[in-house]
Design a protein around this ligand. Sequence first.
Ligand code: NAD
Length: 243
Amino acid sequence: MGAIRNIVILTGAGVSAESGIATFRGPGGLWEGHRVEDVCTPEALARDPALVHRFYDLRRAALRDVRPNAAHTALARLDREWTGDLLIVTQNVDDLHERAGAERLVHMHGELQSALCAACGVRERWTDALPPETECPNCGTFALRPDIVFFGEMPYHMDRIEAALAAADLFVSIGTSGAVYPAAGFVQMADAYGADTLELNLERSAGSGFFARSELGAAGELVPAWVDTVLAAQSTQSSPMSR
Ligand code: NAD
């Protein structure tokens, strides 16, 4: 590994799988028993808000029964101990990265525990059910929705993510299928800017061919081992003996 200073990490559903949160590729292409277009699009929200709200209410309630796993804990340790720039970009809408202690983190696809008012744009932390008739505490309308980026909507924090990719020496993708853009294109952007690229995933993904290296295995094993390696390299780089 060459000298690295700036790291960008993209995480997907595979990082939370060992905590018991389902990934999106269930039998028959269903996600928790639903077709994606029935629960994860603006059209679905307009057509059947009760169904969409109930779906995310169940996902939000399920967060009470899950805990961060070894991959979340290792990434939080890296965040604490890495002295260079670091940004964890998660596609996950659970809060397991922050519960493990990660702080340099953005949720590009939104968060289950946040409500967004489609009328006034205010965001509220939301941990209970969010029925469609809930009044916005800011503007009083009934336009609150789950603060989730649906298919066809623009992901959050793209300016910050692109700036971090442009400055990255290393881009690491963990537990994501590489099928959903723009996240799936981050590896090519990072590579074009000159970063080294590494994929850690259970199996080969749609994007594996774009990475300089891919390691296959469970995130709960691969991530702690990788973090140990990176932090050991940092201490070698910063040791006076190595100057
Ligand atoms: P995904 O379910 O598409 O892929 C998960 C990846 O994690 C797979 O490549 C799998 O091999 C890997 N994996 C599973 N268990 C693992 C483990 N223990 N350790 C390491 N890797 C493991 O999830 P994604 O890539 O996060 O999906 C991207 C985005 O797609 C999501 O954030 C979501 O916004 C959106 N989405 C997609 C669908 C869909 O059907 N494609 C449905 C809803 C939402």
